[in-house]
Design a protein around this ligand. Structure first.
Ligand SMILES: *[C@@H]1O[C@H](CO)[C@@H](O)[C@H](O)[C@H]1NC(C)=O
Ligand SMILES: *[C@@H]1O[C@H](CO)[C@@H](O)[C@H](O)[C@H]1NC(C)=O
Length: 375
């Protein structure tokens, strides 16, 4: 009896604490079989059906998910506004620890926005209904969410999936327009893991199949979810690959996707490295041609893997860029005047110093950011 009372009090307490938060949402929907609610918030009216719109997907789990996801959202919104995108939807997933705070933070961001129709949804982690319990037991819930966007988001047809440690520095409309170049079977637009075989990881070390010749990096993916739902047996392919190679997998779900796409190369649309620019593209010498073309558009999305957005030691250039977006005040500051131009001007000064002293390759990539502005 005593124990029952305790539980009752706990339940009442939890209910009271979470009630205001639950009521906060303008609407809730729950399209797939999961015990948790999916939340949806919006500020402006929905875009009309034919209005141009970009949908980005971000999974906020890990060590610094809040700060990183807000900084990423800022970079995407700013790119959208600058390039005249009418509407942007952000679909966010968070683990239980971050769900509430992420909602608060994005709500604040939303309140300070002008010049774009921005909507967002925040979801708890969701697995497909089929094999539900098996997925739960096999995968770290948050980290593998990107494998299941097709099932978690039945109301979404296409999405630009971005790792939480990425920043949009190019043109979001141009990135999205790559969907138009995909063939009928191509379901996912994705960048190779490497450009140069001599520093490739998969071709030198992997103990499992991978997309040839150098593997794929899954930090940025243009995903046609309709095709993933209807095309091949996506979930079965993942499950089969996992069971067969689970002891050989080193980089989690990226390795899994490499195995799946090894068996389904037709589903891949290769994007140039400028869409997922990483330290590996400059640390051992510049090797991302698409970012370096003179008069080209430069880097579209920067990916701060190796923790370079938070760690000064490896590639300070990446960290500096991250800081620039992090401290940017959306309600007061101007993208071009207060972020892009000072950055470019600062870079030029620094470059002279850098060229004079000989330094790491990554220190001189800064002119590849924001190439849409000529300095
Ligand atoms: C949802 O899934 C659970 C098992 O995970 C099952 O017991 C339940 O019947 C399902 N509910 C619906 C409505 O499909
Ligand atoms: C995604 O795939 C569906 C089904 O093949 C197709 O109708 C749709 O046009 C594709 N979306 C884009 C943006 O290409």
């Amino acid at each position: 009896m005593h124990r029952f009372l305790k539980i009752l009090i706990l339940i009442t307490f939890l209910w009271a604490v979470t009630l205001p938060w639950t009521l906060n949402y303008l609407s809730t929907l729950s399209p797939i079989n999961d015990t948790k609610k999916i939340t949806l918030r919006k500020r402006d009216a929905y875009p009309t059906q034919h209005e141009e719109k970009v949908v980005i997907g971000v999974v906020a789990c890990g060590k610094k998910p809040l700060e990183d996801s807000i900084t990423l959202l800022k970079s995407a919104i700013l790119s959208g506004i600058h390039h005249g995108l009418p509407a942007l939807d952000a679909i966010l997933f968070a683990d239980d620890d971050n769900l509430h705070n992420l909602d608060l933070k994005v709500g604040e961001l939303l309140a300070s926005l002008k010049g774009i129709r921005f909507r967002y949804e925040i979801h708890p982690v969701i697995f497909p209904a089929k094999h539900h319990d098996e997925w739960r037991s096999l995968f770290k819930p948050c980290a593998s969410q990107r494998l299941f966007l097709h099932a978690a988001l039945p109301h979404i047809n296409e999405i630009l999936y971005l790792d939480v440690d990425t920043l949009v520095v190019g043109n979001l409309r141009k990135i999205w327009s790559e969907f138009g170049n995909m063939g009928t079977l191509q379901a996912v637009g994705i960048v190779p893991e490497h450009e140069v075989p001599s520093i490739g990881w998969y071709n030198r070390f992997a103990q499992h199949p991978f997309y040839p010749p150098l593997g794929l990096n899954t930090g940025v993916m243009l995903m046609n979810l309709t095709k993933l739902r209807g095309g091949f047996e996506w979930e079965e392919a993942i499950l089969k690959s996992y069971k067969r190679f689970k002891d050989q997998i080193v980089y989690g779900d990226q390795d899994l996707l490499n195995i799946v796409f090894y068996h389904h190369p037709d589903a891949v649309y290769l994007l140039p490295c400028a869409y997922n620019y990483r330290p590996d593209h400059c640390l051992y010498g510049w090797n991302c041609k698409s970012a370096e073309i003179k008069n080209g558009e430069g880097i579209q999305v920067v990916h701060g893997n190796r923790d370079v957005f938070h760690n000064d030691k490896t590639c300070p250039t990446f960290r500096k860029l991250y800081k620039q977006f992090q401290k940017f005040d959306m309600s007061k500051q101007d993208y071009l005047k207060d972020l892009v131009m000072p950055y470019k001007n600062g870079v030029q000064k620094q470059d002279q110093h850098i060229y004079a002293t000989v330094t790491q390759n990554c220190d001189t990539i800064e002119n590849l950011f924001f190439k849409f502005v000529s300095s």
